[in-house]
Write a protein that binds this ligand. Structure first.
Ligand SMILES: Cc1cc2nc3c(=O)[nH]c(=O)nc-3n(C[C@H](O)[C@H](O)[C@H](O)COP(=O)(O)OP(=O)(O)OC[C@H]3O[C@@H](n4cnc5c(N)ncnc54)[C@H](O)[C@@H]3O)c2cc1C
Length: 376
């Protein structure tokens, strides 16, 4: 018998959907709610590293992910010069194991749809446009009232509601995300034939210009700069600002720039970081994913870390007979140091750039690669 028989999962992003799949497949009754009216509307792309792919395979969605995305196993470094000179092409570490590619780029909407469909097939019940109005911890359960007025008692509530988690606040954890000093333009658009993997250009007028193929037909391209308040820009002005920065970058950027014509496909986000100290639970309510730890995407590990949280939590709940302090200690032991290392390394990589300091980038990348290559 699993340690829980019914669970409320708040947030149907990567962490929440993955938890719903794992628990529902293990025979637990799962209610999965999301404040958004649709979970597959997010416009951009995501770079999913091998350790995240390993978790997606465990969830039974690897074939669907491979079919929807664009796998690749090398990384290019280009110069911010008029030719976009290719400086190096490096095999990328296969952190999910030799039988998975190093990376799959895919549209966020496609990944969300794949995970939600799998969660529904496993038996989870999904309610969109729904949030928690109140949570009241009992001894061995939690009483919950939802925004639609319905009430329920759950053996466990999983707060997988992202970096601005309302669950975190409801259980009295006051840690808040902090800005790291960088901001990113991201554009989702058509993939030119010249884009077959991620290439990064460091330097020039911005810190990083990069792109990631997300399917045969699509890519996302990004430019990282000093954080600015760009909230007053209209979508058209946002597109124009990104294109102006992109003028400095060449090679495949010369093929990408003319295709970036849809103002609605460009977003601007300031990088933030968060690391909630352990434990991540208060009684029978636990935080996972970005609700507990979030990092700037300099290592593209946030999604993979969210999936790993879900995998470990699910494994513990299904393997143990009771939810007790030993179970929460086991969650901390398996997840906290690993997530902390990823958060700190992601911040450090950005900080070296902000400080115009060389730093041991390769050493740090090697350390994180070795860490995340180990199963979660
Ligand atoms: C600019 C940028 C680029 C990134 N690029 C990458 C990348 O390439 N690769 C990578 O691995 N990671 C990347 N990340 C990080 C990655 O997006 C996150 O780590 C990941 O999405 C975390 O998953 P999550 O499920 O914890 O949270 P989320 O994906 O944020 O999901 C949270 C869900 O909870 C819902 N929700 C919120 N509040 C409530 C509420 N009150 N009630 C109910 N539901 C609620 C939301 O609607 C959402 O569906 C990037 C992050 C940023 C900011």
């Amino acid at each position: 018998m699993p340690a829980v028989s019914n669970v409320l999962v708040i947030g149907a992003g990567l962490a929440g959907a993955a938890t719903a799949i794992g628990l529902a497949a293990g025979g637990v009754a799962v209610d999965l709610i999301d404040v958004k009216p649709a979970v597959d509307a997010a416009g951009s792309g995501i770079t999913m590293q091998g350790n995240g792919l390993r978790e997606l395979r465990r969830l039974g969605v690897w074939e669907a992910v491979r079919a929807a995305g664009f796998p690749f196993s090398s990384l290019g470094l280009r110069a911010p010069d008029p030719a976009g000179t290719l400086l190096a092409e490096m095999p990328d570490a296969r952190t999910g194991g030799p039988d998975l590619p190093a990376t799959v780029g895919l549209p966020r909407s496609a990944l969300a749809r794949i995970l939600i469909n799998r969660a529904l097939a496993a038996g989870a019940k999904l309610r969109l446009g729904t949030w928690v109005s109140s949570l009241e911890p009992g001894g061995d359960d939690v009483s919950v009232v939802l925004s639609d007025g319905s009430a329920g008692r759950y053996d466990l509530v999983v707060g997988a509601d992202g970096i601005r988690s309302a669950t975190r606040e409801m259980i009295g954890i006051t840690d808040e995300p902090q800005p790291t000093g960088m901001g990113i333009f991201r554009a989702f658009g058509p993939r030119p034939a010249s884009v077959t993997r991620t290439d990064l250009i460091y330097g020039g007028p911005s810190y990083i210009a990069g792109y990631c193929p997300t399917s045969e037909a699509t890519l996302y391209a990004y430019i990282v700069e000093d954080a600015r308040d760009r909230s007053a820009l209209s979508p058209e002005q946002r597109l124009a600002a990104m294109l102006a920065l992109a003028e400095a970058y060449h090679g495949p950027w010369d093929d990408i720039r003319p295709t970036l014509t849809d103002p609605a496909a460009v977003s601007y986000t300031q990088f933030e970081t968060l690391l909630v100290p352990p434990p991540w639970n208060r009684g029978r309510v636990v935080l996972i994913g970005d609700a507990a730890h979030a990092c700037p995407p300099t290592l593209a590990q946030g999604g993979a870390q969210a999936l790993e949280d879900a995998a470990v939590l699910t494994e513990l709940l299904l393997a143990r007979a009771v939810v007790d302090d030993a179970m929460w200690a086991a969650l901390t032991a398996r997840r906290f140091d690993r997530a902390k290392a990823v958060v700190e390394a992601s911040c450090q990589l950005g900080q070296w750039q902000l400080d115009h300091e060389q730093g041991d980038v390769l050493g740090l990348l090697a350390a994180i690669t070795a860490l995340v290559s180990q199963p979660a």
